[in-house]
Write a protein that binds this ligand. Structure first.
Ligand code: BV8
Length: 250
């Protein structure tokens, strides 16, 4: 639970940023990025598959890895942690929700205007053109990956791989939010992947001296910097935090 003094500060915050990572989807049954992979994929490390080099070296393998992950995310339902952030968006004057996740669960939970720093597993792009190819526009003729209907190039998932730049406009909005917010909640992320991992640091250093709260069962490289480290699962702690805020607001 948040100490009273910090709760009072959070309740006065005009602009709150919530930055989420794979941990917030763990309780929805979506494996986190650094959990050991299961079954067929146990022998591969996610970071080794989520690169353009891995895709070009073995397009079928990487395409099928995302098809497997899509099968998990499509079956998953938003959990109490996602829903608590929907409620938080109603409670605070301005909430900017930034996620590293590609599973789309925040939007499905009802959060609005989610900044998806690393893209979305439900979108498909032409690898050569870099443009979106809507599901209905390519035939799944059994070839893995399918081909672009315009140029015949390989199709790829619309996510940001390691070594690739993040969507510029989305990243700029996220950086601006971190630089101007009164409070930032870092939820369910190992704080290892950049530039997302730099957002809480810039919030802490911003001229409003943003309140920095971490929600994670384990410590991360960010923990020494935070004002409050709430140790536990997002599905438990975020609803409690929202209840504390509602009690203060009466
Ligand atoms: C870029 C999409 C220009 C694909 C992903 C600066 C310093 C160091 C390195 C770099 C740097 N700048 C750039 C880099 C290189 C690289 C990077 O950061 N490498 C790291 C690993 C060293 N970054 C990039 O390449 C980025 N591009 O900057 O372009 C550039 C390029 C090269 C060099 C310089 C500049 C692109 C990064 C995006 C990569 N794509 N995803 C896909 O999903 O397949 S990142 C991937 O990791 C996921 O999106 C994931 O969200 C993300 C971060 O992982 P987490 O979300 O934190 O998940 P993780 O499993 O790690 O942790 C889960 C946490 O949850 C744990 O802490 C756990 O304790 C906790 N948890 C578990 N259960 C719960 C819970 N918490 C709460 N409740 C629970 N129930």
């Amino acid at each position: 639970m948040l100490p009273q003094a910090l709760l009072a500060r959070l309740s006065l915050a005009k602009h709150v940023v919530a930055l989420t990572g794979a941990g917030i989807s763990a309780e929805s049954g979506v494996p986190t990025f650094r959990d050991a992979q299961s079954g067929l994929w146990a022998r591969y490390k996610a970071e080794e598959l989520a690169t353009p080099e891995a895709f070009l070296q073995n397009p079928r393998l990487v395409w099928n890895w995302y098809a497997w992950r899509r099968s998990l995310t499509q079956k998953a339902a938003p959990n109490a942690g996602h829903l608590a952030l929907v409620r938080l968006q109603e409670l605070v004057p301005n909430l900017t929700l930034i996620t590293q996740n590609v599973d789309g669960l925040h939007t499905r939970a009802g959060s609005r205007d989610v900044l998806e720093l690393h893209g979305n597993i439900e979108t498909t792009l032409c690898f050569d053109e870099g443009t979106r190819v809507p599901a209905g526009e390519y035939t799944d003729d059994g070839r893995e990956p399918p081909r672009c209907p315009r140029c015949g190039g390989l199709l790829r998932p619309g996510v940001v791989w390691f070594g690739e730049s993040l969507p510029q406009a989305t990243l700029e909005r996220a950086e601006r939010a971190a630089a101007t917010c009164d409070a930032l909640l870092s939820i369910g992320t190992s704080s290892l992947v950049h530039p997302a991992a730099s957002l809480p640091v810039s919030a802490k250093a911003n001229r409003r001296g943003a309140l920095l709260i971490e929600v994670n069962p384990s410590p991360t490289p960010l923990t020494p910097l935070v004002d409050a480290a709430l140790t536990g699962r997002a599905g438990d702690l975020l609803p409690q935090l929202v209840q504390q805020l509602e009690a203060i607001r009466g």
